[in-house]
Ligand binder design. Structure first.
Ligand code: ATP
Ligand code: MG
Length: 416
């Protein structure tokens, strides 16, 4: 019980005092049994939402129709949900109805996996484990509560959650659970891609992302939302998975590593948007993919490295290095020393803060117009691009006098 925050214990004690059944449920019980510190503590109770609201001074009706009330206890938010069961799933996404229940076992039986379907009462240190969750935790198994085929047909997200938990926990799928995935892909296809992306991100950021991705491919799930990866040549897909595993735990980096050799910039952006990543993230992943092949830059001139830096934006350099390094580690480890030397050169160039874009120029737009003796016109844009290219070639040129001289020469030449 040492793990359980005092406000959570106080909420549990209060509900018990009023005569209600009350337990911790879901992920926190799984984590406590595994002796891992839980991220958050969910409370389930036989008290109806109105009763929960009346029992505490400060409450937020988070999702009353689903039975969830957030209690503000000594500055901590504690989610309290009434025991519930679910009606039939008609669309593979959500139950047609939910009913409040008096019995914890009813509540546990609607949950997805045995390891997520345990309840714990810290007041009498009672663990409720009707489906063998403890045994499956010990055996490192993800197993559906009840018939996998039925549970996956109810809610199409569950098969992906099964694979995600396998990756996060380093567990295997129980045979029947695994076998039910290909058989219920039609239901999985109906799931909103936003929810798919949330699970994919958790999988990608897990310590066993490689195994998770492999399971996604082998079960047919990947083909539904990432056919570009699922239909790649087996050898290419396997290298991509290994590279993901080698990359640091950042979602844009890992997405870029996954796609770097399987999609181009435009396809990557489309994939990102299809999976409902924010535009900014989709653009960043696409940019990283476009320039991922660092080995092509070994031996490049400083000027072309400055151009690379200008395209990436200096702030993105660490992400680019992470992507490039993970790829080379897996695909061409013998080239790693050269590529690392390249990274060092790029970092040194970045540290010297060379001019990379129009805003870094020693001349403003106004200065350029004055020098050329023109007003706002397309020639100003052309001149600016010319100057940016000039300083990318030769950063020392970035003084007002030198740029003015360059500009005049360019102008006379252009006029001829
Ligand atoms: P984590 O938050 O660490 O990813 P978790 O187990 O807390 O893991 P959540 O998605 O937060 O997972 O869900 C909380 C609990 O709700 C789960 O442990 C499970 O009991 C139940 N649950 C969540 N999603 C589903 C689902 N699609 N079908 C059935 N039960 C579910
Ligand atoms: Mg959770």
């Amino acid at each position: 019980n040492a793990d359980i925050p005092q406000p959570v214990l106080d909420v549990i004690a209060r509900l018990r005092e009023l005569g209600h059944a009350v337990y911790l449920v879901g992920g926190c019980v799984r984590d406590m049994v595994r002796q891992v510190h839980p991220k958050d503590f969910d409370v389930a109770t036989s008290a109806l939402p109105q009763e929960v609201q009346r029992a505490f001074r400060k409450v937020i009706p988070t999702g009353i129709q689903h039975g969830t009330v957030t209690v503000l206890q000594d500055g901590t938010h504690v989610e309290v949900t009434t025991f519930r069961s679910e009606g039939d799933y008609l669309d593979g996404r959500r139950p047609s109805s939910v009913a409040f229940e008096r019995d914890i076992v009813k509540d546990l039986s609607r949950r997805d996996f045995t390891i997520n379907a345990m309840a714990y009462n810290p007041l009498d240190r009672e663990l409720v484990d009707p489906f063998g969750g403890q045994g499956d935790l010990q055996a490192h198994l993800i197993r559906c509560v009840g018939s996998a085929q039925e549970r996956f047909s109810e809610d199409g997200l569950r098969p992906l959650r099964a694979v995600r938990f396998a990756a996060v926990l380093g567990f295997s799928l129980d045979d029947a659970t695994r076998a039910a995935i290909p058989a219920t892909l039609g239901v999985f296809r109906k799931v909103a891609l936003e929810r798919v992306r949330e699970e994919l991100v958790k999988l990608l950021l897990s310590p066993r992302a490689e195994i998770g991705l492999r399971l996604l491919a082998d079960t047919g799930l990947l083909d539904v939302f990432l056919p570009e990866v699922a239909r790649a040549e087996p050898q290419a897909a396997s290298l991509a998975r290994a590279a993901v595993q080698a990359a640091p735990l950042e979602v844009e980096v890992r997405m870029a590593v996954l796609l770097a050799d399987l999609a181009d910039r435009a396809q990557t952006r489309d994939i990102g948007l299809r999976l409902k990543f924010p535009n900014k993230a989709a653009d960043l992943v696409a940019l990283l993919v476009e320039h991922a092949k660092a080995e092509a830059q070994v031996g490049a001139s400083d000027a072309s490295l400055r151009r690379l830096l200008a395209r990436l934006g200096p702030a993105q350099l660490p992400l680019w290095v992470a992507v490039a390094r993970a790829r080379v580690q897996v695909r061409a480890p013998e080239q790693l020393p050269e590529v690392e030397a390249l990274f060092t050169r790029l970092e040194a160039i970045t540290a010297s803060k060379p001019p990379l874009s129009a805003k870094d120029l020693a001349l403003t737009g106004g200065d350029i117009m004055a020098t050329l003796g023109v007003g706002p016109s397309p020639v100003v844009g052309e001149a600016t691009r010319f100057l940016v290219e000039s300083v990318l070639d030769e950063p020392a040129l970035n003084t007002a006098e030198a740029l003015q001289a360059r500009l005049k020469a360019w102008h006379t030449q252009a006029a001829r």
